[in-house]
Each structure stands twice: as structure tokens, then as C-alpha cells.
Design a protein around this ligand. Structure first.
Ligand code: FSX
Ligand code: SF4
Ligand code: F3S
Length: 385
């Protein structure tokens, strides 16, 4: 019954979206076929997206329908201070995925990396898109934004308009606003101490509601999932204390990590390249910040579910957490007693490297804390050194 209610709500929303003008020729199904992706693969992908967003598998055809309507949504994507890794995460052109093709299919009205226009023409395109699609477009911003008296550190286009000004104007009439990547969500690397350009998150530049999609970069699934979520519901998703959608950032990396059994058994890599590393032991002692990092990398991975940092043999560096550059380093050492921001509000600290994870796990309940304590108190197994 609950699912029926959700489905009825989604269907009503999709009917409204269907009535919006179609902005692309052809269809996503045709585009996928041209790239050798069958309808069956498309539905399989839709099933995966349903699971990621916490929806039942039976919603797959509805999600496929939402993806087919992606061309009804004008998207304006602004670049601020960043490395363009977020765009790259999505636009991998060597082996296009359903995610990247859906992004092709979205009506991207303005995206500095991939549009043909430059200079005056680009400026005009941006102004034109904001005016033409007033109140309808999705605004996606990638990068930290120099603010206040430092705004001039980032200017865009021939008029010397500041990045902050672009963000303010574009956010004014957006239907939904997403901060894509940790830089736009929390300031990111350029906001690291001493933050010489006074780089700020998008939420400090506009007073409109901003949905944060952090990660340096975020996975393609988290970017496309947010677009789909907006098509499906048309409302803000349920968010955590850092305005991250709970469907993507509700769990810690540590909760579903494939090395978690080794953590619980007290089996740790002590040095990169040791026996423990060869055995795939837990990376906590070589700096993994998975116990403090809320993201779905351990479940969804990157590059069409190929791999993710921990699978590749390096600990998570906490890239989707606020101020990770300042609070999660040094990256190859445990946090020990250093302070870090927690999604539960305020600053927290890990106890010590020998009382692994208890600090952060304790807040989630006695059962988990007790479980962690057992793992932590076990002596490292022989042969780890
Ligand atoms: Fe780079 Fe995006 Fe990191 Fe930042 O990603 S991958 S520096 S989050 O804004 O381009
Ligand atoms: Fe995985 Fe890191 Fe947790 Fe170890 S500490 S189980 S490597 S997330
Ligand atoms: Fe970032 Fe950690 Fe995922 S470093 S990519 S949040 S595993």
C-alpha cells in the first residue's frame, strides 16, 4: 500500500513532466540502441537505480520512463574553482554508460567544458537560458566559490563577472539547485586552510535551498540519481545534517565495506605492501577514514561498479565529508585523537588507534559499539606485522 501510494505520486508527477516541451530530437532508447545498449540493459540499469534510491525493484519501468523524460529538463551547469573531476566522473567518453548517455540526453543548456560556444557567445547563452527557462531549469554548480572581498579571484567570461555573481543570478530562478562535488558542497580543496581565496560552498552564496552531492568526485550514479530523483518526485529528497540526500549518503563507507570482516576480526594492513595488504585486510591502520565517511562507494563503486578506493588498496580519505582536506589528514594515518566534523553535529574525535572506531560508532547505538569494541580489543593476528 505504501509503495502503491508512492507509485501513484510518481505517476502523477511524470504526467506533468511529460507535458513539458521535449527539447531533444529522438529518444533515449534510440540513443542507447545506437551505442549498443539494449532495452533489456536499460531496464536492468533502471532496476539498479531503483535499489540505489531505496525504491522497490518493481519501480524499474517507472524509473526507465523518468529517464526517457530527461530531455524535458533544461540543465545549467556552472564551473567554479575545481578540477572538473565531477564532470569527468560522468562524461567518460571512452566507454559510454547509461548514466553518461542520459547526461547527453538531458537538455544541457550551458556547460563550459562541453559546449561549443566561448567568450561573448557563451555569456549570451547563459543569460538566454536563464531567461528562457526561468523557474524550470535545474542548476548544477561544480567547484568552490571565492566569496566576499575575494570574489574577484574567480571571474568568468569577457565581462569579468565573478563566479559568485554567476551563481547568485543563476540560482535566483532555478527550480532545483545541486552542489555537485565536495568543492561546491563544502568548499573542497581550495577552501583548505588557510583558504587563500576565501572559497565557500554554494549554500553560502545563495539563500535558496541547495542539495549537496559531495565526493571528490561524486560517482556518476549519485549525480544521475539526483536528476532522476528530481524527475520522479519534483521535491527535495530527505537530507542529512549536511544537506546530502539520505538515499546516497545515509550510511558510512565502513558499514558495507568488503574488508569489514577483517576490521571486526582485528586483521589490519600495518604497512602498504605487507602480508596483510596481500590478504586484503582492513586499511584502518594505514589511514582509512571509512568509519567517519558517509557515502555509498562501498556499495555502488565507480565506473559502472568496477572498483572503488578501498578495493584498489588505499583507504578512504573521507572525500565526501566537510573540510576533509583539513580534518581527515594525514591520509595514511589513523585519525587517532584529531577532531573531525560529524554528520550528527559538532566535532568528534576517534578515541585512539587502539580503540578503533568506538568514538564514531558509539553514537549509533550500543549494539554496534559493542560489536566494534570486540573487534578493537582483539589483538592483531600474527603475520600482520
Ligand atoms: Fe574536482 Fe569537481 Fe574534487 Fe571538486 O570534483 S574531483 S576538486 S569535488 O569540484 O572537479
Ligand atoms: Fe573498510 Fe576502511 Fe572500514 Fe577497514 S576501516 S572496514 S578498509 S571502510
Ligand atoms: Fe571518497 Fe572515500 Fe568514496 S575517499 S570516493 S568517500 S571511498
Amino acid at each position: 500500500m505504501v509503495n502503491d501510494d508512492i507509485l501513484a505520486k510518481i505517476n502523477a508527477r511524470l504526467e506533468t513532466v511529460t507535458k513539458l516541451p521535449k527539447m531533444k530530437d529522438g529518444s533515449i532508447v534510440k540513443l542507447l540502441e545506437e551505442k549498443g545498449i539494449s532495452r533489456r540493459d536499460f531496464l536492468k540499469w533502471a532496476g539498479t537505480m531503483a535499489a540505489i534510491m531505496g525504491l522497490p525493484a518493481t519501480f524499474a519501468p517507472t524509473i526507465a520512463k523518468a529517464a526517457e523524460l530527461a530531455d524535458r529538463l533544461p540543465v545549467i551547469w556552472l564551473h567554479m574553482a575545481e578540477c572538473t573531476g565531477c564532470s569527468e566522473s560522468l562524461l567518460r567518453t571512452d566507454t559510454p554508460t547509461v548514466d553518461s548517455l542520459i547526461f547527453d540526453y538531458i537538455s544541457l543548456e550551458y556547460h563550459e567544458t562541453i559546449m561549443a560556444a566561448s567568450g561573448w557567445q557563451a555569456e549570451e547563452n547563459l543569460e538566454g537560458a536563464i531567461e528562457k527557462y526561468k523557474g524550470q531549469y535545474i542548476l548544477m554548480v561544480e567547484g568552490g566559490i571565492p566569496a566576499g572581498s575575494s570574489e574577484f579571484f574567480l571571474t568568468v567570461g569577457p565581462h569579468g563577472t565573478t563566479g559568485a555573481q554567476h551563481c547568485r543570478v543563476a540560482s535566483e530562478n532555478a527550480a532545483a539547485i545541486f552542489a555537485i562535488g565536495t568543492c561546491s558542497s563544502f568548499g573542497g580543496i581550495q577552501a583548505a586552510a588557510p583558504n587563500p581565496t576565501n572559497a565557500q560552498p554554494l549554500s553560502k552564496i545563495t539563500n535558496k535551498p541547495v542539495i549537496n552531492v559531495p565526493g571528490c568526485p561524486p560517482s556518476e550514479k549519485n549525480i544521475v540519481g539526483n536528476v532522476l530523483n528530481y524527475i520522479l518526485f519534483g521535491t527535495l529528497p530527505s537530507l542529512d545534517a549536511f544537506n546530502r540526500p539520505k538515499w546516497a549518503y545515509g550510511l558510512r563507507i565502513h558499514d558495507l565495506c568488503e574488508r569489514r570482516g577483517h576490521f571486526d576480526a582485528g586483521e589490519f594492513v600495518q604497512h602498504f605492501g605487507d602480508e596483510g595488504a596481500k590478504n586484503g585486510y582492513c586499511l584502518y591502520k594505514v589511514g582509512c577514514k571509512g568509519p567517519y565517511t558517509f557515502n555509498n562507494c562501498s556499495r555502488e563503486r565507480f565506473n559502472s561498479h568496477t572498483s572503488w578506493p578501498v578495493q584498489a588498496g588505499h583507504g578512504c580519505i573521507g572525500c565526501s565529508e566537510p573540510d576533509f582536506w583539513d580534518t581527515m589528514g594525514p591520509f595514511e594515518e589513523p585519525l587517532a585523537d584529531r577532531l573531525y566534523h560529524t554528520a550528527f553535529g559538532g566535532l568528534g574525535a576517534d578515541a585512539t588507534a587502539d580503540k578503533i572506531g568506538i568514538g564514531v560508532l558509539a553514537v549509533t547505538g550500543v549494539a554496534i559499539a559493542a560489536h566494534a569494541a570486540i573487534g578493537a580489543l582483539k589483538k592483531d593476528k600474527k603475520g600482520d606485522e
